[in-house]
Write a protein that binds this ligand. Structure first.
Ligand code: SF4
Length: 245
């Protein structure tokens, strides 16, 4: 797992709660390739954002510490969350996700542009199994495994309130299942296979699969706005959250 040198204190389990965990994640430097990439992107920038200061660090989860629904993505986008410092904020994937969350009543607004834009999530938190932007949006299996303890700890801290998880895409699914098992849920073997609309009841937690909100999926119609809203509504209802129809 490579926890030694993962962050300043090297202690995944230390600190009191989710805010402390988020702070430790933001200081992590455990994956040399990703540290180099996230910082290089932050230095060189995209022309459209040349005047902005990029975050250029690991992006922690976003949303309340007592969330009953967790959305698990893949990894921050180089010029999205790696720029803004907040999950799915400042890129096309996030435009799709936050519009849907707002439509079903889980977000205070349908746009996400900056960490200080005032956006609030209601009962839902968003995280990813890899917290640093990877080249070509492709973390290696080794990087996924190195980052897993952060997700395990986040799940452990959310456990008292957590009732449902929506995983966006097969990569997130493969990362989330062992993390859920490590965090104490009884995940069946053989592991359930990812699919859009897959629903796996665990002990006290309902797990849902959803195609990722990537442009590749949304531009081609593989994931339509209606499909995304349907999964979010179902998961939110299962988690006991009020949703708009
Ligand atoms: S991907 Fe995860 S483990 Fe690797 S440097 Fe980033 S926060 Fe640390």
């Amino acid at each position: 797992m490579g926890s030694g040198g993962r962050d300043g204190d090297g202690d995944i389990g230390g600190g009191a709660g989710l805010a402390a965990l988020d702070g430790r994640i933001a200081g992590c430097r455990a994956c040399p390739r990703l540290v180099e990439w996230r910082e290089e992107v932050a230095r060189t920038k995209r022309a459209a954002f040349a005047g902005e200061e990029y975050w250029g660090r690991p992006v922690p989860g976003f949303g309340p510490a007592d969330a009953s629904l967790l959305i698990v993505g893949l990894a921050p986008a180089a010029h999205g969350a790696n720029r803004t410092g907040r999950m799915f904020t400042g890129d096309r994937s996030g435009d799709v996700l936050y519009a849907a969350l707002h439509d079903v009543g889980l977000a205070s607004r349908g746009t996400a542009v900056a960490r200080d834009d005032g956006l609030e999530l209601y009962g839902v938190r968003i995280t990813s199994p890899v917290h640093c932007a990877p080249p070509a949006n492709k973390p290696t299996p080794g990087e996924r495994d190195t980052c897993r303890p952060w997700l395990v700890r986040e799940l452990e801290l959310l456990r008292p309130s957590l009732r449902a998880v929506v995983v966006l895409g097969a990569f997130g699914w493969q990362a989330a299942l062992p993390a859920l098992a490590e965090a104490g849920w009884d995940v069946p073997r053989p592991r359930p296979v990812f699919g859009h609309g897959t629903h796996v009841p665990l002990d006290g937690l309902d797990l849902f699969g959803c195609f990722h909100v990537s442009q590749r999926n949304t531009f081609t119609g593989r994931l339509t706005p209606a499909m995304l809203r349907e999964v979010l509504r179902t998961a939110a209802r299962t988690a006991g959250l009020g949703v708009t129809s």
